[in-house]
Ligand binder design. Sequence first.
Ligand code: AHM
Ligand code: MG
Length: 338
Amino acid sequence: MNENIVTLERHILEEQRKYGGRGDFSSVLSQLVFAAKIVSAQVSKAGLVDILGNTGDTNIQGEEVQKLDAYANNVFINALNYIGRVCVMASEEERDIILIPDKYPKGEYVVMFDPLDGSSNVDAGVSIGTIFSIYRRKSKGSGNGDVEDCLQPGYSQYAAGYIIYSTSTIFVYTTGAGVNGFTLDPAVGEFILSYPDIRIPERGKIYSINEGYYNYWKKGTREYIDYLKSDENTIKKPYSLRYIGSLVADFHRNLLYGGIFLYPEDTKDPKKPTGKLRLLYEANPLAYVVEQAGGYASTGYERILDIKPRDLHQRVPLIIGSKLDVLEYEKFAKRNNM
Ligand code: AHM
Ligand code: MG
């Protein structure tokens, strides 16, 4: 074997040696890697559910088949709850915080995740992903953590990342010292370093937004999108529109090639006037990744990582990607959206 091949496990180990510690954090990360492999295997069989047994139905072995997002949620919870390193979890799929069962010891870390983002795309075989965010606990003692441990601002994140289930499965993460991506080699079941030290171009050529909502956006957002396509835009023209409708996939492409992803606030659903995406499970972890890669994430008015969360399922406008593009959007938003 080529001695320069860096597996994700090796990377985790080398980081631990570099920064010291008892390996508690490494074991949280290793369990996320393990869960990612399980979910990846299941996602790759997604097109067969109609044949092997559908959601809510029983399959040919007489077992109930779970929806893929509920399945992924259970995989991540069960991979993390017994290791004695986690004190509390939260998931986009669960209304309340997830406590560690009494029989297991509790640890120092808080883990939050969106177990399967973009799952409405599953039936069409479109890329989907998992997004995760890790914090140190704030609560005292060695018992369960609480909701305040989960409501820390994004700048306090200890680590964050995502897994994209696509033509290949890719695990991208940061611990605050750059961003690295690893591709799963299905033949040996290992993630191999394939995108070392990812840097997002300062300016991109891609914009990603659900333009069908144009009439529901605020004025500043409409002006910004008009501007990208107009002759006034002398910086980089034309921008290409790329929108998969699967956040992890749209984000990952823009991270590699440069670009801006926008899910701004709109008036489409008066119950969700602040956009659709969740601060804790989607915006914060991706904001941490993008900043570590040299990009920026904003609501249009303020830095995502500076927001003090109020509740577990809070939604925020999310504008994220190449730094100069996001800063330019902010100018339009601050002028005409507020
Ligand atoms: P989900 O968490 O219910 O899967 O929804 C999040 C998804 C994102 O992946 C994607 O960016 C967005 O919803 C697309 O929404 P829309 O169809 O409104 O453009
Ligand atoms: Mg989601």
